[in-house]
Design a protein around this ligand. Sequence first.
Ligand code: C5P
Length: 351
Amino acid sequence: MTDPLRRLTPVVRLAPAKLNLTLAVVGMRPDGFHALHSVMVPLELADRLSFAPAAGHRDTLHLSGHDLEPGADNLVLRAIAETRGSVGAGWSGGSGPPPALAVRLEKAIPVAAGLGGGSSDAAAAIDGALEAWAAELPDASRLALAARLGSDVPFFLAKGAALIEGRGERVTPLRGVVDGSPGVLLATPRVHLATADVFAVFAGGIRPVADGAARLTSDHLAGELESGLTVRQLLDRAAVLASANDLLRPTAAVLPELVSFRRALARVLGRPVGQSGSGPTCWALYPSRAEAESAAQTARAAVDAGKLPRLADDTPFIAATAIPGGPDGAAEVRTRPTSTRTVMLERRDTR
Ligand code: C5P
């Protein structure tokens, strides 16, 4: 029989950030979570994970890139433990459960920023562990496992633009942007903001002024991205998208300084500025990554000049990135060498 460890060649995975182009809260579920309708896209900004055999019997995690402490509850370790549990003794490399892994995680995505970094790391850990063990899991099991780990995790199994519904477990892949890769400027004030607090404020009655507007925009955009949009068409919709987030007012109630930050950024950039998820990351769209780079320089200069506030007396994270696109954009992201298999997720109903 093949030596099990021979199968454990180091595996490398990129874990992209996500951006919510729209976010409508459409109801409260019996499980206490909110039902969402959100169009999400992956970004080129990504964490990097590598998986190798561990020396001992325990999975280990080595973090670099920021000051997050590795803990037993870290989503990456949980994802690996749960994946091992799901694979069980059915591992092809030998009897008993799949062996321990040593994971290195290089963070590039700011933590707790509304960019899904931790969730993306968890999704990459599921895929990376399966590949390291040369193990398989049915798509439905992977999706269920992802959903157990967090609301945003299933999105990252789709590896492309998608419509997210339910708590986050219903993922419908969309074609996305078809003629290029729109640039994105990200600006994340370094403030603590808990997603649960923002949803709690929403549940307490802080609702959008135009109730139902985000849902309409979200539905419309999902339909358009299902057929495919050009970069220009996406940019034409930037102002509408920037306001199509039902968590804007709840986030502002939790963190009032964010409103002045977002307004200042919109003034400095001369562009609509949206919020990703429950925040605090703010985004602006550009025709290309190069244009987003020059906007990032403008934003950094504005911080130095005092035109963009330093919340909590700290310099915000400002970065230029892009939404992977182009004729084969979505297909390319879905079949990147870092990905072994395509996730069979629900197809959007054809109406
Ligand atoms: O699933 P996740 O850990 O990302 O969610 C963080 C918190 O945000 C949840 O505990 C819940 O309070 C809130 N939430 C929600 N509805 C969702 C997603 C998150 O109420 N769809």
